[in-house]
Design a protein around this ligand. Structure first.
Ligand SMILES: [Zn+2]
Length: 415
């Protein structure tokens, strides 16, 4: 059966001007046609989108689906199975907020993605990095200063800590064996790690290049680099990574390298904001170093983003959800607009650009004939006010691959 969505204002994700009173026809999970005031075929299911905005499902290219913003001590009393199962409501909340695809930046085994694909529970389409690769004492090393290790062992999540070129090659091979779609490396220190500074460079260029090389040898698997300090960002860029995560201190040379090598910035502007919020909401539950470092980076982070946008660096939306609550992904769009993007640029960052970074742009990210029908209907005009994308009540319909996974306009559907 065909489905027709009529009457809505269409923002198609390409950056083109919106089309008012659009008709989008969907069949067999894909978009068949897009037209202004197009005809509705006989016998189609009609969804009346009058007064609503129709746009591609949002894409978040940096989440940690299994991380929860909770006191660190909780990790120690949570069995792995419970840790894993708590990801299920996280996935549901993400989808309910209109995010139909995510890239998981580490900690989530491939089986979680497969469970969503097999419709065992609802959630966004996923690509997963599985393991966060870190040098000893680096951002992804879970060995705490007391000597206890907070990493939760799982047979399908290879270990994070690796040092040296040949061990890096072997570990990347293990991660690819475990089903990773991306290789996640920490090229600098970070905010929520005990023993490093966000400005510190981590891994040598040779180690990073070995990870890039193994991914490409495996077949088109790219590296995403947690990279905050300037030198580590440049090491990652010279090694051939595909995206810079966070990018807190981008200088002119780093920006020029990103443009030259077609590297995406995934800003995650909300991440340090979330750390500060958590600390203020529940004093004493966050480690002191994390709160202190978050306060130190937040302003420079926003300035760095502003300069990258002004210079024309490609941006893909990412939130680091898991640092903050899941399902609030669209707040990042509002923060991007506060710091230099137009609402249309922010929408492109979470649709076309995010899909292109994930090499899914032939399938999703824009609403055009032939693409998969991943789309949302929004109560409000995000081009006039980007914050309308935040309340879940405003996301009145979510369609994923042509299937209605959320629909609050049911009474307006006529056969
Ligand atoms: Zn992250």
């Amino acid at each position: 059966m065909q489905t027709a969505i009529t009457g809505a204002t269409l923002i198609d994700g390409t950056g083109r001007d919106p089309i008012s009173n659009a008709t989008v026809i969907i069949e067999d999970g894909r978009i068949q046609s897009v037209a202004a005031q197009g005809a509705v075929p006989a016998g189609a299911q009609v969804i009346d989108g009058t007064g609503l905005t129709l746009m591609p499902g949002m894409i978040d290219t940096h989440v940690h689906m299994l991380s929860n913003s909770e006191p660190m001590l909780h990790r120690l009393v949570t069995p792995f199975s419970l840790h894993l199962l708590r990801g299920i409501p996280n996935a549901a909340a993400t989808l309910d907020g209109g995010v139909t695809t995510v890239r998981d930046a580490g900690g989530t085994p491939a089986g979680f993605k497969l469970a969503i694909e097999q419709k065992i529970f609802p959630g966004p389409r996923m690509q997963v990095a599985v393991t966060i690769l870190s040098q000893t004492g680096g951002h992804g090393d879970s060995m705490m200063p007391c000597g206890a290790c907070l990493a939760v062992p799982s047979p399908d999540v290879p270990a994070s800590v690796v040092d040296g070129v040949e061990p890096m090659r072997q570990r990347v091979r293990e991660i690819l064996r475990a089903g990773a779609d991306w290789i996640k490396v920490c090229a600098t220190g970070g905010v929520l790690s005990a023993s490093d500074l966000p400005t510190a460079s981590q891994f040598t260029e040779a180690e990073l290049a070995a990870a890039v090389d193994e991914g490409r040898a495996h077949g088109n698997i790219e590296v995403m680099a947690h990279a905050q300090g300037t030198n580590g960002i440049k090491n990652a860029l010279r090694s051939g990574v595909k995206s810079i995560e966070h990018g807190i201190w981008l200088d002119d040379e780093a920006i020029a390298l990103m443009i030259k090598h077609d590297v995406y910035l995934v800003p995650t502007l909300v991440a340090p904001m979330q750390v500060i919020r958590r600390a203020e909401a529940a004093p004493g539950t966050m480690p002191e170093y994390g709160v202190r470092k978050a306060r130190q980076v937040v302003g420079d982070h926003q300035q760095s983003f502003r300069r990258a946008v002004a210079a024309g660096v490609k941006v893909a939306m990412g939130t680091d959800s898991g640092v903050g609550p899941h399902g609030q992904n669209a707040e990042e769009l509002a923060v991007m607009v506060q710091h230099g993007m137009t609402p249309m640029q922010a929408i492109i960052a979470t649709t076309r650009n995010a899909a292109t970074l994930m090499k899914l742009d032939h399938e999703i990210g824009t609403l055009e004939a032939g693409k998969r029908a991943d789309l949302i209907l929004v109560n409000g005009d995000p081009l006039a006010d980007i914050t309308v994308l935040q309340p879940h009540a405003n996301i009145v319909l979510v369609m994923q691959g042509g299937e209605l996974v959320k629909n609050q306009v049911r009474e307006r559907v006529t056969a």
